[in-house]
Design a protein around this ligand. Structure first.
Ligand SMILES: Cc1ncc(COP(=O)(O)O)c(C=O)c1O
Length: 386
Protein backbone atom coordinates (compact mmCIF):
# COMPACT_ATOMS: atom_id res chain seq x y z
CA UNK A 1 0.00 0.00 0.00
CA UNK A 2 2.64 2.51 0.99
CA UNK A 3 4.23 2.31 -2.48
CA UNK A 4 1.03 3.39 -4.10
CA UNK A 5 1.18 6.92 -5.47
CA UNK A 6 -2.22 8.51 -5.05
CA UNK A 7 -3.73 9.49 -8.39
CA UNK A 8 -5.54 12.41 -6.80
CA UNK A 9 -5.25 14.64 -3.78
CA UNK A 10 -8.68 15.20 -2.31
CA UNK A 11 -8.52 17.04 1.02
CA UNK A 12 -11.61 16.83 3.22
CA UNK A 13 -11.86 20.60 3.33
CA UNK A 14 -9.90 23.44 1.78
CA UNK A 15 -10.83 27.13 1.87
CA UNK A 16 -11.11 28.79 -1.52
CA UNK A 17 -9.28 32.09 -1.21
CA UNK A 18 -9.07 34.20 -4.36
CA UNK A 19 -7.37 37.46 -5.28
CA UNK A 20 -10.39 39.43 -4.02
CA UNK A 21 -10.05 37.97 -0.53
CA UNK A 22 -6.31 38.65 -0.47
CA UNK A 23 -6.79 42.22 -1.67
CA UNK A 24 -9.57 42.85 0.85
CA UNK A 25 -7.34 41.74 3.73
CA UNK A 26 -4.44 43.84 2.41
CA UNK A 27 -6.72 46.87 2.20
CA UNK A 28 -7.64 46.46 5.87
CA UNK A 29 -3.99 46.06 6.80
CA UNK A 30 -3.13 49.21 4.85
CA UNK A 31 -5.73 51.18 6.78
CA UNK A 32 -5.94 51.78 10.48
CA UNK A 33 -9.24 50.19 11.52
CA UNK A 34 -8.62 46.62 12.61
CA UNK A 35 -11.71 46.50 14.83
CA UNK A 36 -14.95 48.56 14.86
CA UNK A 37 -14.67 49.25 11.14
CA UNK A 38 -16.95 49.11 8.12
CA UNK A 39 -16.14 45.53 7.09
CA UNK A 40 -17.92 43.87 10.00
CA UNK A 41 -21.04 45.96 9.36
CA UNK A 42 -20.93 45.19 5.65
CA UNK A 43 -20.53 41.48 6.36
CA UNK A 44 -23.46 41.52 8.80
CA UNK A 45 -25.62 43.25 6.17
CA UNK A 46 -24.59 40.80 3.47
CA UNK A 47 -25.11 37.75 5.67
CA UNK A 48 -28.53 39.02 6.74
CA UNK A 49 -29.42 39.56 3.07
CA UNK A 50 -28.23 36.07 2.12
CA UNK A 51 -30.28 34.37 4.84
CA UNK A 52 -33.15 36.88 4.67
CA UNK A 53 -32.65 37.60 8.37
CA UNK A 54 -34.04 40.84 9.87
CA UNK A 55 -30.78 41.28 11.82
CA UNK A 56 -27.33 39.77 12.21
CA UNK A 57 -24.28 40.40 14.37
CA UNK A 58 -20.78 39.10 13.74
CA UNK A 59 -18.93 37.34 16.54
CA UNK A 60 -15.51 35.81 17.20
CA UNK A 61 -16.72 32.24 16.60
CA UNK A 62 -19.82 30.10 16.58
CA UNK A 63 -18.92 29.05 20.11
CA UNK A 64 -18.91 32.71 21.21
CA UNK A 65 -22.35 33.11 19.61
CA UNK A 66 -23.68 30.06 21.44
CA UNK A 67 -22.33 31.36 24.74
CA UNK A 68 -23.99 34.74 24.13
CA UNK A 69 -27.26 32.95 23.32
CA UNK A 70 -27.57 31.66 26.90
CA UNK A 71 -26.00 34.74 28.46
CA UNK A 72 -28.56 36.94 26.71
CA UNK A 73 -31.43 34.87 28.09
CA UNK A 74 -30.02 34.84 31.63
CA UNK A 75 -29.89 31.05 31.70
CA UNK A 76 -27.66 29.81 34.51
CA UNK A 77 -27.17 27.51 37.50
CA UNK A 78 -30.23 25.41 38.29
CA UNK A 79 -31.52 25.62 34.70
CA UNK A 80 -31.53 22.74 32.24
CA UNK A 81 -30.98 22.96 28.51
CA UNK A 82 -31.88 20.10 26.17
CA UNK A 83 -29.03 19.39 23.76
CA UNK A 84 -28.42 16.86 20.98
CA UNK A 85 -26.19 13.92 21.89
CA UNK A 86 -24.78 13.99 18.36
CA UNK A 87 -23.05 17.33 17.83
CA UNK A 88 -19.81 19.24 18.26
CA UNK A 89 -18.78 19.74 21.86
CA UNK A 90 -19.23 23.52 21.43
CA UNK A 91 -23.02 23.13 21.31
CA UNK A 92 -22.90 21.74 24.85
CA UNK A 93 -19.90 23.64 26.24
CA UNK A 94 -21.89 26.84 25.76
CA UNK A 95 -24.48 25.52 28.22
CA UNK A 96 -21.71 24.71 30.70
CA UNK A 97 -20.20 28.20 30.30
CA UNK A 98 -23.26 29.74 31.97
CA UNK A 99 -23.44 27.07 34.69
CA UNK A 100 -26.62 25.43 33.39
CA UNK A 101 -27.01 21.65 33.03
CA UNK A 102 -27.11 20.01 29.60
CA UNK A 103 -29.67 17.24 29.19
CA UNK A 104 -28.82 15.03 26.21
CA UNK A 105 -31.32 13.61 23.75
CA UNK A 106 -30.29 10.86 21.34
CA UNK A 107 -30.15 11.22 17.54
CA UNK A 108 -32.49 9.73 14.97
CA UNK A 109 -30.69 7.35 12.62
CA UNK A 110 -32.22 8.66 9.38
CA UNK A 111 -30.61 12.12 9.62
CA UNK A 112 -28.42 12.23 12.73
CA UNK A 113 -30.58 15.10 14.00
CA UNK A 114 -32.03 15.20 17.50
CA UNK A 115 -34.82 12.65 17.90
CA UNK A 116 -37.93 14.80 18.26
CA UNK A 117 -39.85 11.86 19.71
CA UNK A 118 -37.55 11.79 22.72
CA UNK A 119 -37.56 15.51 23.61
CA UNK A 120 -40.72 15.71 25.68
CA UNK A 121 -39.54 12.94 28.02
CA UNK A 122 -36.42 15.02 28.75
CA UNK A 123 -38.34 18.19 29.71
CA UNK A 124 -38.58 18.93 33.45
CA UNK A 125 -39.74 21.98 35.44
CA UNK A 126 -36.13 23.22 35.24
CA UNK A 127 -35.89 23.14 31.44
CA UNK A 128 -35.40 26.65 30.01
CA UNK A 129 -34.20 26.00 26.47
CA UNK A 130 -33.76 23.51 23.66
CA UNK A 131 -30.68 23.59 21.49
CA UNK A 132 -30.57 21.72 18.20
CA UNK A 133 -27.95 21.29 15.51
CA UNK A 134 -28.81 20.90 11.84
CA UNK A 135 -26.54 17.88 11.58
CA UNK A 136 -24.35 17.96 8.46
CA UNK A 137 -26.64 20.67 7.12
CA UNK A 138 -29.90 18.68 7.07
CA UNK A 139 -32.61 20.76 8.74
CA UNK A 140 -34.38 19.58 11.85
CA UNK A 141 -38.16 19.56 11.42
CA UNK A 142 -38.48 23.03 12.95
CA UNK A 143 -42.27 23.01 12.80
CA UNK A 144 -42.45 20.04 15.16
CA UNK A 145 -39.63 21.36 17.31
CA UNK A 146 -41.23 24.80 17.71
CA UNK A 147 -44.58 23.20 18.58
CA UNK A 148 -42.87 21.38 21.49
CA UNK A 149 -40.93 24.51 22.50
CA UNK A 150 -43.98 26.75 22.39
CA UNK A 151 -46.07 24.31 24.38
CA UNK A 152 -43.48 24.37 27.18
CA UNK A 153 -42.45 28.03 26.73
CA UNK A 154 -38.83 27.18 25.90
CA UNK A 155 -36.15 29.31 24.24
CA UNK A 156 -34.74 27.70 21.07
CA UNK A 157 -31.09 27.94 20.03
CA UNK A 158 -30.20 26.70 16.55
CA UNK A 159 -26.57 25.67 16.13
CA UNK A 160 -26.16 26.44 12.44
CA UNK A 161 -22.40 25.81 12.21
CA UNK A 162 -22.98 23.48 9.24
CA UNK A 163 -26.12 25.13 7.95
CA UNK A 164 -25.38 28.00 5.57
CA UNK A 165 -27.83 27.20 2.78
CA UNK A 166 -30.06 25.02 4.98
CA UNK A 167 -33.77 25.74 4.60
CA UNK A 168 -36.85 24.30 6.25
CA UNK A 169 -40.09 25.17 4.44
CA UNK A 170 -38.21 27.84 2.48
CA UNK A 171 -37.01 29.67 5.60
CA UNK A 172 -33.28 29.72 6.31
CA UNK A 173 -31.92 27.88 9.33
CA UNK A 174 -31.54 30.17 12.34
CA UNK A 175 -34.83 31.99 11.75
CA UNK A 176 -37.22 29.36 13.13
CA UNK A 177 -36.00 29.32 16.73
CA UNK A 178 -35.00 32.37 18.76
CA UNK A 179 -31.59 32.64 17.12
CA UNK A 180 -29.08 30.81 14.94
CA UNK A 181 -25.30 30.81 15.27
CA UNK A 182 -22.89 30.24 12.36
CA UNK A 183 -19.25 29.24 12.05
CA UNK A 184 -16.66 30.40 9.52
CA UNK A 185 -13.93 28.02 10.64
CA UNK A 186 -11.76 27.05 7.63
CA UNK A 187 -13.49 23.80 6.57
CA UNK A 188 -17.00 25.26 6.81
CA UNK A 189 -19.13 26.41 3.85
CA UNK A 190 -17.20 29.69 3.77
CA UNK A 191 -14.43 30.99 5.97
CA UNK A 192 -13.14 34.05 7.79
CA UNK A 193 -10.29 31.93 9.32
CA UNK A 194 -12.05 32.02 12.71
CA UNK A 195 -15.38 33.73 13.08
CA UNK A 196 -19.10 33.44 13.54
CA UNK A 197 -22.44 35.16 13.02
CA UNK A 198 -25.66 35.28 14.99
CA UNK A 199 -28.94 35.85 13.17
CA UNK A 200 -32.38 36.18 14.66
CA UNK A 201 -35.96 36.96 13.76
CA UNK A 202 -35.99 39.13 16.93
CA UNK A 203 -34.24 42.42 16.10
CA UNK A 204 -34.03 43.42 19.77
CA UNK A 205 -32.06 40.26 20.57
CA UNK A 206 -29.39 41.24 18.06
CA UNK A 207 -29.36 44.86 19.27
CA UNK A 208 -28.62 43.75 22.83
CA UNK A 209 -26.12 41.09 21.76
CA UNK A 210 -24.17 43.74 19.83
CA UNK A 211 -23.41 45.27 23.22
CA UNK A 212 -22.97 41.99 25.06
CA UNK A 213 -20.27 40.96 22.61
CA UNK A 214 -18.45 44.25 23.29
CA UNK A 215 -18.07 44.62 27.08
CA UNK A 216 -21.63 45.92 27.53
CA UNK A 217 -20.67 49.47 26.48
CA UNK A 218 -23.44 51.99 25.87
CA UNK A 219 -21.75 53.66 22.88
CA UNK A 220 -19.62 52.05 20.19
CA UNK A 221 -16.45 53.72 18.93
CA UNK A 222 -18.10 55.68 16.09
CA UNK A 223 -20.94 56.85 18.35
CA UNK A 224 -18.90 58.49 21.10
CA UNK A 225 -19.17 62.28 21.32
CA UNK A 226 -15.89 62.50 23.16
CA UNK A 227 -13.31 59.91 22.07
CA UNK A 228 -12.75 57.34 24.78
CA UNK A 229 -15.83 58.34 26.73
CA UNK A 230 -18.47 55.69 27.31
CA UNK A 231 -20.37 53.98 30.10
CA UNK A 232 -20.96 50.28 30.72
CA UNK A 233 -24.54 49.40 31.48
CA UNK A 234 -24.40 45.60 31.40
CA UNK A 235 -21.94 42.75 31.61
CA UNK A 236 -20.37 41.79 28.28
CA UNK A 237 -17.55 39.82 26.75
CA UNK A 238 -15.03 40.67 24.08
CA UNK A 239 -16.46 38.45 21.35
CA UNK A 240 -16.15 40.82 18.37
CA UNK A 241 -15.08 39.77 14.90
CA UNK A 242 -12.11 41.80 13.67
CA UNK A 243 -11.93 43.66 10.36
CA UNK A 244 -9.47 41.26 8.72
CA UNK A 245 -11.88 38.39 9.30
CA UNK A 246 -14.89 40.44 8.27
CA UNK A 247 -13.13 41.54 5.04
CA UNK A 248 -12.73 37.86 4.18
CA UNK A 249 -16.39 37.29 4.99
CA UNK A 250 -17.58 40.10 2.70
CA UNK A 251 -15.77 38.45 -0.22
CA UNK A 252 -16.60 34.85 0.67
CA UNK A 253 -20.34 35.36 1.00
CA UNK A 254 -20.44 36.56 -2.63
CA UNK A 255 -19.40 33.03 -3.64
CA UNK A 256 -21.99 31.21 -1.54
CA UNK A 257 -24.53 30.57 -4.33
CA UNK A 258 -21.78 29.02 -6.46
CA UNK A 259 -20.25 27.14 -3.52
CA UNK A 260 -23.65 25.64 -2.67
CA UNK A 261 -24.34 24.70 -6.29
CA UNK A 262 -21.05 22.77 -6.48
CA UNK A 263 -21.64 21.11 -3.10
CA UNK A 264 -25.01 19.88 -4.25
CA UNK A 265 -23.68 18.53 -7.56
CA UNK A 266 -20.81 16.78 -5.76
CA UNK A 267 -23.09 15.36 -3.11
CA UNK A 268 -25.54 14.01 -5.65
CA UNK A 269 -22.77 12.42 -7.70
CA UNK A 270 -21.28 10.79 -4.62
CA UNK A 271 -24.66 9.63 -3.29
CA UNK A 272 -25.53 8.13 -6.66
CA UNK A 273 -22.23 6.23 -6.76
CA UNK A 274 -22.43 4.87 -3.21
CA UNK A 275 -26.14 4.11 -3.07
CA UNK A 276 -25.90 0.48 -4.16
CA UNK A 277 -23.32 -0.59 -1.55
CA UNK A 278 -25.12 -2.95 0.84
CA UNK A 279 -22.69 -2.65 3.74
CA UNK A 280 -23.28 1.07 4.31
CA UNK A 281 -26.20 3.34 5.15
CA UNK A 282 -26.54 6.89 3.85
CA UNK A 283 -28.42 9.66 5.65
CA UNK A 284 -31.53 11.22 4.19
CA UNK A 285 -30.80 14.31 2.13
CA UNK A 286 -32.85 17.11 0.57
CA UNK A 287 -36.54 16.24 0.09
CA UNK A 288 -39.80 18.17 0.24
CA UNK A 289 -39.59 20.92 2.86
CA UNK A 290 -36.09 19.87 3.91
CA UNK A 291 -33.24 21.57 2.02
CA UNK A 292 -29.72 20.50 3.00
CA UNK A 293 -26.60 22.64 2.82
CA UNK A 294 -24.59 19.52 1.84
CA UNK A 295 -21.81 19.94 4.35
CA UNK A 296 -20.37 16.47 3.64
CA UNK A 297 -21.58 12.97 2.88
CA UNK A 298 -21.26 10.65 5.84
CA UNK A 299 -21.53 6.90 5.32
CA UNK A 300 -22.47 4.66 8.24
CA UNK A 301 -20.68 1.30 8.05
CA UNK A 302 -22.53 -1.86 9.06
CA UNK A 303 -21.42 -3.58 12.27
CA UNK A 304 -18.92 -5.93 10.61
CA UNK A 305 -17.31 -3.23 8.49
CA UNK A 306 -17.22 -0.77 11.40
CA UNK A 307 -14.53 -2.90 13.04
CA UNK A 308 -12.32 -2.06 10.05
CA UNK A 309 -13.08 1.67 10.02
CA UNK A 310 -9.58 2.87 10.86
CA UNK A 311 -8.10 0.58 8.21
CA UNK A 312 -10.58 1.91 5.62
CA UNK A 313 -9.79 5.52 6.54
CA UNK A 314 -6.04 4.88 6.30
CA UNK A 315 -6.33 3.14 2.94
CA UNK A 316 -8.44 5.99 1.60
CA UNK A 317 -5.83 8.45 2.84
CA UNK A 318 -3.09 6.58 0.98
CA UNK A 319 -5.23 6.82 -2.14
CA UNK A 320 -5.44 10.59 -1.65
CA UNK A 321 -8.99 10.70 -0.28
CA UNK A 322 -9.31 12.90 2.80
CA UNK A 323 -12.02 11.98 5.30
CA UNK A 324 -13.27 13.13 8.67
CA UNK A 325 -15.65 11.97 11.41
CA UNK A 326 -18.71 13.95 12.55
CA UNK A 327 -18.42 13.71 15.48
CA UNK A 328 -15.81 11.44 17.09
CA UNK A 329 -17.98 10.61 20.14
CA UNK A 330 -21.47 11.51 21.29
CA UNK A 331 -20.81 14.55 23.52
CA UNK A 332 -22.00 12.63 26.62
CA UNK A 333 -19.24 10.05 25.96
CA UNK A 334 -16.49 12.68 25.98
CA UNK A 335 -14.40 12.37 29.15
CA UNK A 336 -15.40 15.78 30.53
CA UNK A 337 -19.13 15.02 30.33
CA UNK A 338 -18.83 11.35 31.23
CA UNK A 339 -16.90 12.16 34.40
CA UNK A 340 -18.99 15.18 35.36
CA UNK A 341 -22.41 13.57 34.87
CA UNK A 342 -21.62 9.85 35.11
CA UNK A 343 -22.81 8.86 31.65
CA UNK A 344 -22.08 5.34 30.43
CA UNK A 345 -21.09 4.15 26.97
CA UNK A 346 -24.38 2.30 26.44
CA UNK A 347 -26.35 5.56 26.59
CA UNK A 348 -27.34 7.39 23.38
CA UNK A 349 -27.01 4.31 21.14
CA UNK A 350 -27.99 6.05 17.90
CA UNK A 351 -25.47 8.86 18.36
CA UNK A 352 -22.94 6.18 19.26
CA UNK A 353 -23.65 4.23 16.09
CA UNK A 354 -23.16 7.39 14.02
CA UNK A 355 -20.00 8.46 15.87
CA UNK A 356 -18.29 5.08 16.01
CA UNK A 357 -19.34 3.66 12.64
CA UNK A 358 -19.31 6.56 10.18
CA UNK A 359 -16.83 8.09 7.79
CA UNK A 360 -17.42 11.59 6.43
CA UNK A 361 -16.51 12.08 2.78
CA UNK A 362 -15.87 15.50 1.23
CA UNK A 363 -18.15 17.32 -1.23
CA UNK A 364 -16.78 20.89 -0.89
CA UNK A 365 -16.40 23.36 -3.76
CA UNK A 366 -12.64 22.68 -3.92
CA UNK A 367 -13.68 19.40 -5.62
CA UNK A 368 -15.50 18.41 -8.79
CA UNK A 369 -17.57 15.48 -10.03
CA UNK A 370 -14.45 13.69 -11.33
CA UNK A 371 -13.13 13.75 -7.77
CA UNK A 372 -16.45 12.25 -6.67
CA UNK A 373 -16.12 9.44 -9.26
CA UNK A 374 -12.62 8.75 -7.92
CA UNK A 375 -13.89 8.63 -4.31
CA UNK A 376 -16.64 6.18 -5.31
CA UNK A 377 -14.20 3.94 -7.16
CA UNK A 378 -11.61 3.96 -4.40
CA UNK A 379 -14.20 3.53 -1.66
CA UNK A 380 -15.54 0.43 -3.42
CA UNK A 381 -12.02 -0.90 -4.05
CA UNK A 382 -11.13 -0.37 -0.41
CA UNK A 383 -14.13 -2.37 0.77
CA UNK A 384 -12.92 -5.34 -1.29
CA UNK A 385 -9.42 -5.02 0.23
CA UNK A 386 -10.24 -4.93 3.95
C1 LIG B 1 -22.10 21.94 15.16
C2 LIG B 1 -20.97 22.83 15.55
N1 LIG B 1 -21.17 23.80 16.44
C3 LIG B 1 -20.18 24.65 16.81
C4 LIG B 1 -18.93 24.54 16.27
C5 LIG B 1 -17.84 25.48 16.73
O1 LIG B 1 -17.63 26.48 15.77
P1 LIG B 1 -16.47 27.56 15.99
O2 LIG B 1 -15.18 26.85 15.72
O3 LIG B 1 -16.76 28.64 14.97
O4 LIG B 1 -16.58 28.07 17.39
C6 LIG B 1 -18.66 23.55 15.33
C7 LIG B 1 -17.32 23.43 14.74
O5 LIG B 1 -16.99 22.55 14.00
C8 LIG B 1 -19.71 22.67 14.95
O6 LIG B 1 -19.49 21.69 14.07
Amino acid sequence: MSELVAKRNIPFGRPIIGDEEKQAVMDVLSGHMFVHGPQSHQFEEDFAAFTNAPAATSVASCTAGLHLAYFYKGIGPGDEVIVPAQTHTATVHAVEFVGATPVFVDAELETGNIDLDQIEAAITERTRAISIVHYLGMPVDMERLMAIANQHDLYVVEDCALAIGTYFKGVHAGLHGDLGTYSFYPVKHMTTAEGGMVISRHKELITKMERQKAFGVDAFVGQRKVPGQYDVTMLGYNYRMNELEAALGVQQIKHMPEFLRIRRANYEALEQGLRDIDEIDLFQSTHGDFQSSYYCLSVVLNDALAKKRVDIIQRLKEKGVGTSIYYPKPVAHLTYYKEKYGYTMDQFPNAARISYQSIALPVGPHLNTEDMAYIVEEFKNTLTEV
